[in-house]
Each structure stands twice: as structure tokens, then as C-alpha cells.
Design a binder for this molecule. Structure first.
Ligand code: ADP
Ligand code: MG
Length: 384
């Protein structure tokens, strides 16, 4: 952390006003449910975006990332417009978008110097983008005395990504990064952003959650996400509900019978059944039976692969190889088309499962996957 503050001093000639951190996340279950006003159950990773920030009131925003080539990006806050990250290229749009979204919401943010460094892998489906947005929003909220709550910070961050960067993401990533708690998963109702911390201290019960980064870069900006979203909205309209969240799993057979479009029917089946899987997962965790979550992960993966069709061969292989090697369960996590999978394993078999996944990738001729344990960690906070 102090490394980031020292780098800030070298860049800008004086130490920062403060240092903040915001984590990346993995989603345990509930995928493509957030834009259907449904349920999700993410947890924060130990990997964080760290930002050293100083307030300045002359209308100038200076941005620097230690993780990308290029120098300091200098922007005029009054001139910030959606679609323009400035001369520094794409990445600066994330923090600049947060400043824009704060000002749009009526908050008097008059400028800042920002230096960022992140340990969240980018493009791996672990929400490095949300970590960047949330850490920026939290720092500015504190430096400008805005007193924004976790959900308010998440909303600002999502607006930055949707409207300024131009990526149509839901609210899960930003809420997880802003509001998660150590040793817990975050049960989030995306309709009203109410949430509850669900005990998820795996180490205490001899379990581990592995993340398998397939190294296949997902591209949520392409049409697939928008197409799924439009299909779900069409399903809700056809069923006469505000959002697919309003269809209970008991009503699913009847709902499917009323849908004529085969694609929409598959999307509806995924969303309604995955919302139900979130509820069943939480019931198991509350009952102290985390091992029983394994089969729900496998079911969820099949639904994403066969009904929503957002998986890819590398994700399918990671899940298959892990389960075959004795994992309790596994599924793709995040937007799909690459990115990462989560694997629930007994501590005692974690090494064997990891080896089996690596071996399967090697035999298939895929790049070596990244593997690490997802220890449920704290949400965004001040660290210096
Ligand atoms: P994900 O959120 O799954 O990691 P995204 O495509 O949504 O993938 O976001 C990745 C983008 O976020 C990167 O291409 C880059 O523009 C930006 N980004 C993430 N981390 C950093 C960082 N440390 N420095 C600069 N830009 C970053
Ligand atoms: Mg992202």
C-alpha cells in the first residue's frame, strides 16, 4: 500500500491525501440475473485496486496507472463527456467516468490527482473494472465529504461504466466491490440493492474455492451480452411481468408453455432457475452445509452452457476436469465466453483438482490456466 503512496509522491511531487483499496470479485452463483432484478451471491477477492488520491479544486483531473504503459492523463473535469477517456486511451475512462457520474449526480467534485495500481487480473471475469471505479468513487466521496453509502458508490460506479465507458454491465460487480465483508458472500437483491452478509468462511470447515482463469479474454462489449439482455427483456414482456425476477420457479413450467420463441424460452429458464439456485445456496450456507452447494454449481454451469449459451470450451473443460477429479462442484463465473470458473473443493483434494485441470488444459492444447484460492475478503475501504 505504502508503495502506491510513494509512487504517487514521485509522480506528482507530494504525498497523497489518502490511499484506498477496492477488491475484484467472483460470483458464487446467480449469473445473468442482475439485469433481471434478480439475486446474486458474489464474494470479494483479496486482489484489490489501490488508489492514492489527492483532492484538487482547480477543475483538473490527473490520472495515472502503474499497470499500463503511458504517462499521466490530464483532463478537465468540466469537459468530461461520455465516450471519451481522454488522450491516455481506454483505461482512463473508468476513473474519469466516475468523476463525470458524481458531477452528473450533483456532487461538487472539482478535480483530483490519482495514481492506481491493481492486483486484480484484467479481463479474467474478476471485475478489475469495477474495482477501479469503486476505489475512485470511495476516495472522492471521502475527500469531498460526500458521505456516500456502499450502494450509492456502486450506483455511481455502474453509471460510469454504462454511460461513460459504454459497457452495459449490471450492478453486481460494483456492489460486491463496495459492500462485501471478509469471510462472507454477499446476498444481493438487485431490485432494491438490499443485501445480507452470508457466512462463507470456507477455511474454517476444510473447504476451498478455487478460481480457474482460463486466460481466454472475454469481450462483454460485443453483442452477446446485449442480445441476452434483450432476450430476457422480451421474455418478461411476453409474460407480463416487470422483470424475470417476478417469475417463481414453481411458475416456470407454465411460463415456458406461454413462450413461443425458443431462444427466449431458454433464457427465461436459465434466469428463473438460477435465481432459485441462489436461494437454495443461501439456505444451505445458513444451515451450515456448504458442501451441499457443489451440485448446485454444476447445475448452474449446465444452465449457462446449454440454455443461456455463454460458456466456451475452455470453461466447460475446467468444470468437467475439476468435477471428474473430485471437486464438490464447479461453474463458470462472470460474463462467460472465457474468463474464470469457480471450483468448490475439499482442502485435502485441492492440489489434485488443480493438477487435473492443468493437465486437461495441457492435453487440449490450451494455454496454462491461472489458479488461485478465492478467500472471501473485505469490500472497499481506506488503507492509508
Ligand atoms: P474485467 O472487469 O472482467 O477485468 P473489463 O473488460 O470489464 O474486464 O475491464 C478491464 C479494463 O479495465 C482494462 O482493459 C482496463 O481498461 C481497465 N483496467 C483494469 N485494471 C486496470 C489497471 N490496473 N490500470 C488501468 N486500467 C485498468
Ligand atoms: Mg468489468
Amino acid at each position: 500500500m505504502s508503495g502506491v503512496a510513494a509512487e504517487f509522491g514521485e509522480l506528482y511531487g507530494a504525498g497523497p491525501d489518502g490511499v484506498w483499496a477496492a477488491p475484484g470479485r467472483v460470483n458464487l452463483i446467480g449469473e445473468y440475473t442482475d439485469f433481471n432484478e434478480g439475486f446474486v451471491l458474489p464474494l470479494a477477492l483479496p486482489h484489490t485496486a489501490v488508489a492514492a488520491v489527492s483532492r484538487r479544486d482547480d477543475g483538473v483531473l490527473r490520472l495515472h496507472s502503474g499497470d499500463v504503459d503511458g504517462g499521466i492523463v490530464r483532463l478537465d473535469v468540466a469537459g468530461l463527456e461520455p465516450g471519451g477517456g481522454g488522450p491516455g486511451g481506454g483505461w482512463a475512462a473508468y476513473p474519469a467516468g466516475v468523476v463525470w457520474a458524481l458531477r452528473e449526480a450533483g456532487h461538487p467534485v472539482g478535480g483530483a490527482d490519482v495514481h492506481l495500481a491493481s492486483t486484480v487480473p484484467t479481463g479474467a471475469g474478476l471485475s478489475s473494472s469495477a474495482a477501479l471505479e469503486v476505489v475512485t468513487a470511495l476516495a472522492l466521496s471521502e475527500l469531498y465529504g460526500l458521505g456516500l453509502s456502499g450502494p450509492e458508490i456502486a450506483r455511481i460506479a455502474q453509471r460510469a461504466e454504462n454511460a461513460f465507458v459504454g459497457v452495459p454491465c449490471g450492478i453486481m460487480d460494483q456492489m460486491a466491490s463496495a459492500c462485501a465483508a471478509e469471510g462472507h458472500a454477499l446476498f444481493l437483491d438487485t431490485r432494491d440493492l438490499s443485501y445480507r452478509q452470508v457466512p462463507f468462511d470456507l477455511a474454517a470447515v476444510g473447504l476451498r474455492l478455487l478460481v480457474v482463469d482460463t486466460r481466454v479474454k472475454h469481450a462483454l462489449g460485443d453483442g452477446a451480452y446485449a442480445e441476452r439482455r434483450a432476450g430476457c427483456e422480451a421474455g418478461a414482456r411476453a409474460l407480463g411481468v416487470r422483470a424475470l425476477r417476478d417469475v417463481d420457479v414453481e411458475q416456470l413450467p407454465d411460463a415456458l408453455g406461454r413462450l413461443t420463441d425458443e431462444t427466449v424460452r431458454r433464457y427465461v429458464r436459465h434466469v428463473v432457475s438460477d435465481n432459485d439456485r441462489v436461494a437454495r445456496t443461501i439456505a444451505l450456507l445458513d444451515a451450515g452445509d456448504p458442501r451441499a452447494v457443489g451440485p448446485l454449481l454444476v447445475e448452474g454451469h449446465a444452465s449457462l452452457r446449454d440454455d443461456l449459451r455463454v460458456s466456451c470450451p475452455e470453461l466447460d473443460l475446467a468444470v468437467e476436469a475439476a468435477v471428474e477429479a473430485g471437486a464438490l462442484g464447479a461453474r463458470m463465473t462472470g460474463g462467460g465466453f472465457g474468463g474464470s470458473a469457480v471450483v468448490l473443493v475439499e482442502d485435502s483434494s485441492a492440489e489434485d483438482v488443480a493438477k487435473a485441470v492443468r493437465g486437461a488444459f495441457e492435453r487440449a492444447g490450451y494455454a496454462e490456466p491461472g489458479l488461485f484460492a478465492a478467500v472471501p475478503s473485505a469490500g472497499a475501504r481506506r488503507v492509508g
